[in-house]
Design a protein around this ligand. Structure first.
Ligand code: NAI
Length: 349
């Protein structure tokens, strides 16, 4: 175990510094209690090497919790590579990274994340077998994770709406912020289910296309969080739920695909205080990682569908416990995930 400066425990921290390939960064393995640590490889610019390590650890812990609650036989890890300031040979750098992954002997499984692509992972796969997120044969798990992410959000919303609002989605108004890969697919599922849609996107063309396609009302990006409706689905950026935006919300339920929707853990309490039910982001948006994990396990599309059913079940467990104990859903989810990891550790010991 390695204790970091902010007190977070991780099982392993591997520094990558390979001048020959140009690969520089960190692989953080938060936990392998439930299986090999799975989590993508981020390629990003950072102000310092400390910032790289801090981000890798934070993201690795997030993956442990996400994988645990998704019922996957994987722990959590993350690779963060520093994006070079000037021109660089991408294929050589990725080879350096792949060699580092291979040296860990399967305790860390990589995939694409912010700044890396399927094509990058195809290159990585030439030097290590501990990689997922590759092209797949028909009928097998893998490929674009976004449709699965959107489906998981939709299933979560259905379950949460019944529990928290006492209603199916038909006739309810859902505000969708962000109409990219996840948001636009979610709109399609909601439209088919008979929900009324109110949408916004930074890209006005994208917003207009979605409004026409799904018979949705258009809002500006400044207004969408304040609009009146039943459910808010943040599907753009993180950090949208902060004390000032929470005060202005006019919905009863928040359930969306964006990562890190709460700026701070305490914002979960602010939502609870306002009587707004929050579905923890990493639980509802686990469809993508389920698809990637199934690919690594060489499972079929039917296996992914079967695994997806656990997402709404978890949402119901978390929301019910939060209601019973009058505690924020984000804390309940974190505790459930940590307990699953702890009990796996005990079994292994
Ligand atoms: P994307 O990049 O395809 O779409 C994001 C959309 O949000 C874009 O259309 C962008 O113009 C819009 N946007 C940005 N700022 C906005 C603002 N302030 N107001 C309104 N719209 C804004 O991204 P994608 O893949 O759809 O992902 C959306 C979120 O879901 C991200 O937070 C991502 O990390 C998360 N996520 C995505 C997964 C996936 O499978 N694609 C898996 C798990 C999480």
């Amino acid at each position: 175990m390695v204790t970091t400066t902010n007190g977070t425990l991780v099982e392993q921290l591997h520094m990558i510094d390979d001048p020959a390939s140009g690969a520089k960064g960190v692989i953080a393995i938060h936990s392998t209690a439930l299986g090999p640590a799975a989590g993508g490889c981020r390629l990003w610019r950072y102000p310092s090497s400390e910032a790289v390590t801090t981000d890798a650890i934070r993201l690795a812990r997030g993956m442990s919790y996400k994988n645990a609650l998704a019922g996957l036989p994987f722990g959590g890890g993350k690779a963060v590579l520093t994006h070079p300031a000037g021109p660089f040979d991408r294929a050589t750098m990725l080879r350096g990274f792949a060699v580092a992954v291979q040296q860990l002997g399967g305790s860390y499984i990589t995939a694409e994340d912010v700044g890396t692509t399927v094509a990058d992972m195809e290159l990585v796969a030439q030097h290590t077998r501990f990689v997922a997120g590759l092209k797949r044969p028909a009928g097998m798990a893998g490929g674009d994770p976004s449709p699965w992410t959107a489906l998981g959000v939709f299933k979560s919303m259905q379950a949460a709406s019944r529990l928290a609002l006492g209603s199916d989605l038909r006739g309810l108004t859902v505000l969708v912020q962000g109409l990219g890969n996840v948001g636009s697919r979610l709109c399609g599922l909601l439209h088919d289910a008979g929900a009324k849609l109110v949408v916004a996107d930074l890209d006005s063309h994208r917003a207009q296309v979605a409004a026409r396609r799904f018979d949705a009302q258009l809002r500006s990006i400044d207004d969408i969080l304040k609009a009146e409706g039943d459910i808010l689905a943040p599907c753009a950026l993180g950090g949208v739920l902060i004390s000032s935006s929470i005060e202005e919300l006019r919905v009863g339920l928040v359930c969306g695909g964006a990562n890190n929707q709460l700026l701070n853990d305490g914002d979960g309490q602010a939502l609870l205080d306002r009587g707004i039910v929050y579905c923890p982001d990493y639980v509802v948006n686990a469809g993508g990682i389920i698809n990637v994990a199934s690919e690594y396990l060489r499972e079929t599309v039917s296996d992914v569908q079967r695994r997806m059913d656990l997402i709404p079940e978890r949402v119901v467990q978390i929301l019910s416990r939060s209601r019973q104990e009058q505690r924020p859903t984000n804390l309940v989810a974190d505790e459930m995930a940590a307990a699953l990891i702890r009990s796996a550790r005990r079994v292994a010991a």
